[in-house]
Design a binder for this molecule. Structure first.
Ligand code: CFM
Length: 544
């Protein structure tokens, strides 16, 4: 069933609009920003500038390397004590208050996600060094919680003063006999949180995955789900589907997960990659070391979910599994279709813009497409060119000093745990046209003349609103109230505005209803930007 039927009228050429926005900048800045600002043409290979430093002074929506490492990748695992080595603000603001949900099987199972651990560095530690304080913090956390794993996250000052978190980790690991490792993920280490993803991927790969050694098989089909962070309970929905299909989910990186589960993730037969940006490194490295292939999936959107489930079943090739998968899809899609028939006529033809992270600005276009809403502008905050243009451009991506700053590991085949039969299965399927390790990126799927903008700035966002006025805007909390004051509803796609889940079929239904609610209310017509009604600054001039 093709539930998408987009209006294919060609959008107007946005070149003038682009000029208008860029002309405010100094010449050099305009030239640089211009390369990140594309009038899309899906039939032509266009290069976008991505993953480069934001021009100082521009208000970006990006986060820091520490945020990507701690907040995104390791944060959602519940059985690890994540210690922020740094001033208290870094720990406080990365406290997981943004709805990475988790469910420990019993009350006795560890769940440290509600806590915030920090060494609370003071001036004195900055001057005389913070290693001693870090050791005390690790000891204290160990005495209190007896966790199986402790990890340490470096913040900016740690890198500046040269504390060796890795040496401390080694010493305390030896002393306490549990797994302890540190991350050199100082906020400034990369151009955005994307660097933090890479750093986290590396350490999880070297220090966690596979350390369980020999593990007994759980069942016939074993998978890992990668790049699914359980925002709003998305992972719970997918877990239900896997269970129904008789698929054993060994580990999810990292929504609703435990570090303990990563230790035996090398037993999977297949890795599913949801957020390509944040986790492709581990997927690639696991294939080299253990032989398990990976496929890109997308569980945002009903059609996309069906396609991804089918692709997974096809990989295993078992008739019974394929039949079960088809039954699940048929049952769920009939529910989806009923809701869509009710909602789509009310919102069809509206327009959306979305500027989010490193994967959602693409994935969520599926859901809007199903509603007949057209995405006329989209971009990522910190993605790389491959997330826009597809993995085919990876060999051509220029390696700059900022990228070189992050280590590229060179894994080798694991003599004991490499699964030769999986590599063979992959080759057989590939011969039949099945695509592995493939991601075409966002731009080929967007309409001609839609705007694609990387690292959109605050100024540009306001201009887009003023000049284009989309019916709905998707971004995060930093943009939300500015946009809404312009009379345009903003749907947060980082925290889901405390709604969700939006993954899978039931998630799609939740999303349709939410968008209907936001688009059909009259409240936005009543909003006028406050500065239009009253002057922002009042002054007076006194003359004699
Ligand atoms: Fe991947 Fe993410 Fe995202 Fe991301 Fe993020 Fe996020 Fe995101 Mo916010 S890992 S790239 S660094 S899907 S935190 S769970 S919502 S920006 S689009």
């Amino acid at each position: 069933m093709d539930i998408k039927k987009l209006d294919k009228t060609v959008l107007p050429d946005p070149s003038e609009l682009k000029e208008e926005i860029l002309k405010k900048y100094p010449r050099k800045v305009a030239k640089k920003r211009g390369k990140a600002f594309i009038a899309n043409d899906p039939d032509v290979d266009q290069e976008i500038q991505a993953n480069v430093r934001t021009v100082p002074g521009i208000i970006t929506q990006r986060g820091c390397t520490y945020a990507g490492c701690k907040g995104v990748i390791l944060g959602p695992s519940r059985d690890v004590v994540n210690i922020t080595h740094g001033p208290i603000g870094c720990g406080f603001y990365s406290w997981l208050t943004r709805r990475n949900q988790t469910k420990a099987p019993t009350e006795k199972d560890p769940n440290y996600m509600t806590y915030c651990f920090s060494t609370d560095m003071q001036d004195e530690n900055i001057v005389f060094g913070g290693e001693a304080k870090l050791k005390v913090a690790i000891q204290e956390a160990y005495d209190m919680f007896k966790p199986r794993t402790i990890s340490i996250f470096s913040t900016c000052p740690v890198g500046l003063i040269g504390d060796d978190v890795h040496a401390v980790a080694r010493e305390m690991k030896e002393k306490l006999g549990i797994n302890i490792f540190g991350f050199s993920c100082e906020g400034y280490r990369g151009v955005s949180q994307s660097a933090g993803h890479h750093i986290a991927n590396n350490k999880i790969f070297t220090d966690v995955i596979g350390i369980a050694g020999d593990v007994k098989r759980k069942g016939k089909y074993q998978i890992n789900m990668m790049g699914e962070y359980n925002i709003g309970g998305d992972a719970f929905v997918l877990e239900k589907y896997f269970e129904e299909l008789g698929i054993d989910l060994l580990a999810t990186f990292s929504g609703n997960s435990t570090v303990e589960s990563y230790e035996s993730a090398h037993g999977a037969d297949l890795n599913l990659v949801m957020c390509h940006r944040s986790i492709n490194y581990i997927a690639d490295m696991m294939e080299i070391k253990y032989g398990m292939p990976w496929i890109k999936v997308n569980f945002i959107g009903a059609d996309a979910t069906a396609k991804s489930l089918r692709k997974m079943a096809e990989y295993f090739g078992d008739a019974e599994l394929i039949e079960k998968t088809e039954a699940l899809i048929e049952r769920e899609l009939s529910g989806v279709k009923a809701v869509l028939e009710e909602i789509r006529p009310k919102v069809e033809g509206k327009t959306a813009m979305m500027f989010v992270g490193g994967s959602r600005a693409h994935h969520y276009q599926e859901l809007f497409g199903e509603l007949g809403i057209r995405t006329i502008g989209a971009g990522y905050e910190f993605a790389h060119r491959d997330d826009y243009e597809g993995r085919k451009v990876i060999p051509n991506i220029k390696i700059d000093a900022d990228t070189r700053n992050i280590e590229d590991l060179e894994p080798v085949k694991d003599e004991k745990y490499y699964r030769g039969e999986l590599a063979k299965q992959k080759a057989d399927l590939e011969a039949k046209g099945y695509a592995f390790k493939e991601y075409d990126g966002m731009m080929p799927e967007m309409d001609k003349n839609s705007l694609v903008i990387d690292d959109v700035s605050h100024w540009e966002t306001e201009k887009l609103i003023e000049m284009i006025k989309p019916d709905i805007f998707c971004a995060g909390i930093k943009e939300k109230y500015v946009i809404q004051k312009h009379g345009i509803p903003l749907k947060q796609l980082h925290s889901y505005d405390y709604g969700g889940p939006y993954a899978g079929f039931e998630g799609a239904i939740n999303f349709y209803r939410e968008i209907e609610r936001m688009l059909t209310t009259d409240i936005w017509k009543l909003v006028d930007a406050p500065w239009k009604l009253e002057p922002e600054i009042v002054g007076c001039v006194v003359t004699e």
